[in-house]
Structure formats: structure tokens, C-alpha cells
Design a protein around this ligand. Structure first.
Ligand SMILES: *Cc1c(COP(=O)(O)O)cnc(C)c1O
Length: 356
């Protein structure tokens, strides 16, 4: 039998989540974020499935978008970081991509290339994230400059820094800046990622930009978000079981010491697969049908789990590192990170299986 560590991607769950997202989105069009290999879920199969239920896709940079076009994804595609250089500008033209423009140096690139862009240009406005974009005060001049270059369709966009917290000061300030901006300009608009969609910070906009909620790993399971389902299940099985006497340690550096005679299950998955080495003792691992604590440091190829309270644990008993039984965000909280990072950092050596 081969190593049992696999990634299962449930494409039916992805379609289901897209349908739930459609209910959240109201009359807004949906631009599905499939950057970073669809958050680790496989960009091509996921985009093919989503093509039936969304209005377009967002990726981070040009190469990601060109890959989609080469696989015959025909829906509108937005390059969120816009062009880095002249070659990007040409690829955007050749593959009929939409681009975000966040700085004058990008508009200089367009000016030098001298193309007429028929796809809408997305203008990134910095309402408080302070990472990319033009200030709200600059926006009217940017639009004017683009009109002079022959652009006719423009979409104002911004991004929430703290959409998970609808009443934080950062969010309230951004909301205010966004409302002032869009009230004063007639352009189409787009502001909401998943957290902002779920927290209804979107106000009516032309486009919403969900990512993590499509994969069922959104920040909350409350309310309507309850019906979103995890798409990825990261699975393995027990490869060895051993009795470890009280007082002995397990794993590199002897981080964990048995306080009773213990039964330890070894599972063939490690940081070489993308399971985080930062996982602390007590990180939950789903074995058969319950949670058991990870004990000892994560190795490159293996982890160790305390199954003393599951004396019937066997070789080949199924294990889920995260997925339908164990939310990735719950695991992430024990690893000093967020679900997004765990999903996107899986390595190529884990075989992927798609089901629909
Ligand atoms: C990644 C991204 C999104 C999607 O964010 P989620 O939190 O995954 O919903 C939306 N907008 C921008 C600008 C992004 O970079």
C-alpha cells in the first residue's frame, strides 16, 4: 500500500459554496479568488467547476491568469496586483485580462505600450489598509488620466484590512472613506472579500471578491456561514503504534514528556508536506472519529499523536489533519497562523484527489 497521505478536494462542496456565496452576494457579480493555486485546492479543476456559477476570477499576478487562459477558462479574469512590467502589459492585452492599477508607474507602462484597453480597468484606492493603491483624494485625477489614455470602463476597488471585525475602528474608518469615495463618483465599485461579504460590509457594489468562503474555511461558522462546507480534506492513516512509558519523551528535542504510560500513534505527514512545524503540543488531530492531541515536534515526514484514550487505535486507522471533521482554522490557532496559510503552503509531494 502506498503512503496514505493525500489531499481530497470535494468539487461538489465547492459548487455548493459558490451557490451559498451567490445568496450572500445579492445582485453583485462574483469574482472568485483562485490565486495561489485556488488556495491550494488546484486552480484548474476548481476554476472549471466555478466557471458554471461565478462571473469572473481574480488571481494575484499575470502568470496565474495566463495559465487559466491556456486551460480555456474564458470568464473575465482580474490580475489583482496589475502589471509589473511591459511584458505583463502585453500579456494582459493578448489574453484579454482585466488589471488592477495601484500606482502611477503602472499607468506609465500603459501609456508607453499605447494600447487601447477594452476590458474594464480596476482602480485600487487605499481606504486604510495602507498596502497598495491611490489615496481617495488622488482617485479623480487617476480616472482623468486613464480617460485621456482612451479607457472608458473603470471600476473603483478597495480592500478591508479587518473585515472579520465589523465594528473595529479600522473597519469603521475604511467604511466611511469608501462611502465618501463612491458617493462622489459614478464608476462601478468593488470592496468586499469573504469576511466583508459575511459581515455585510459590502453595501451594494457591482462586484464582490470572495476567496476563502468558497473553500469553506471562512473566519466564522455563525449564521448563514454555517452552510459553507470545507472543500479540502487533508488525510492520512496511522503507520505505527508504540507504548511510551511515563517519563520518556517523544520526538526531536524531547519537547513532550509522557506524564503517564502512553500509547503514541505515528502518522506519515510532516512539514515536508506542509503540515506546520510550528504546531504546538495539543494541536488537534482527528483520528477515526475524535480529536487527539499532537505530542512532540513535527518532523519532516511524520507526526506523533497521543492516543492513550483510544486504546482500540489500529494500524491504518484513518486520520484527518484538517477537513470536514476538523476545521483548518482550529488547527491554525494551535500553530500561530491562519487557515489561509495552512491551505496554501501544502507541498507538491502530497497527491491530490478530486471528487464530484
Ligand atoms: C485575496 C483577495 C480577496 C479574497 O479574499 P478572501 O479573504 O479570501 O475572501 C479579495 N480581494 C483582494 C484584493 C484580494 O487580494
Amino acid at each position: 500500500m502506498p503512503r496514505p497521505t493525500t489531499l481530497s478536494v470535494d468539487l461538489a462542496a465547492l459548487s455548493h459554496n459558490a451557490a451559498v456565496t451567490r445568496r450572500f452576494a445579492g445582485n453583485s457579480k462574483i469574482l472568485a479568488s483562485v490565486k495561489a493555486n485556488a488556495y491550494g485546492h488546484g486552480i484548474i479543476p476548481c476554476s472549471e467547476v466555478l466557471s458554471q456559477s461565478v462571473d469572473g476570477f481574480a488571481v494575484a499576478f499575470c502568470e496565474e491568469a495566463v495559465g487559466l487562459r491556456q486551460h480555456n477558462i474564458a470568464l473575465p479574469l482580474l490580475v489583482l496586483e496589475g502589471p509589473f512590467d511591459r511584458a505583463d502589459v502585453e500579456a494582459i492585452k493578448e489574453h484579454d485580462l482585466m488589471m488592477t492599477l495601484h500606482s502611477h508607474h503602472q499607468i506609465d507602462l500603459l501609456e508607453k505600450a499605447g494600447y487601447q484597453y477594452t476590458t474594464p480597468l480596476w482602480i485600487k484606492v487605499d481606504t486604510g489598509m495602507h498596502r497598495l493603491g491611490f489615496s481617495p483624494a488622488e482617485a479623480p485625477q487617476v480616472i482623468k488620466r486613464l480617460r485621456q489614455l482612451g479607457a472608458d470602463s473603470m471600476i473603483l476597488m478597495s480592500h478591508y484590512a479587518d473585515g472579520e471585525n465589523p465594528s473595529s475602528t479600522v473597519t469603521l474608518n475604511q467604511q466611511q472613506a469608501w462611502q465618501a469615495l463612491t458617493a462622489s463618483m459614478a464608476s462601478e465599485s468593488s470592496v468586499a472579500n469573504s469576511a466583508a461579504i459575511i459581515n455585510t460590509l459590502a453595501t451594494p457594489t457591482d462586484w464582490v471578491r470572495p476567496g476563502i468562503m468558497l473553500y469553506g474555511a471562512q473566519h466564522t461558522d455563525k449564521g448563514t456561514a454555517k452552510s459553507l462546507t470545507p472543500v479540502m480534506s487533508f488525510k492520512s492513516a496511522v503507520m505505527a503504534l508504540r507504548q511510551v512509558p511515563e517519563g520518556e519523551t517523544v520526538g526531536y528535542g524531547g519537547r513532550w514528556r509522557a506524564t503517564r504510560d502512553s500509547l503514541i500513534a505515528t502518522v506519515p505527514v510532516g512539514y515536508g508536506d506542509g503540515y506546520p512545524r510550528g504546531a504546538e503540543d495539543g494541536t488537534p488531530v482527528w483520528i477515526q472519529d475524535g480529536r487527539f492531541p499532537l505530542v512532540g515536534r513535527v518532523s519532516m515526514d511524520m507526526i506523533t499523536v497521543d492516543v492513550t484514550d483510544f486504546p482500540n487505535c489500529q494500524l491504518d486507522t484513518p486520520v484527518e489533519l484538517w477537513g470536514k471533521n476538523l476545521p483548518v482554522n482550529e488547527v491554525a490557532r494551535h500553530c500561530g497562523t491562519i487557515g489561509y496559510e495552512l491551505l496554501t503552503r501544502l507541498t507538491g509531494r502530497v497527491p491530490m484527489r478530486f471528487s464530484d
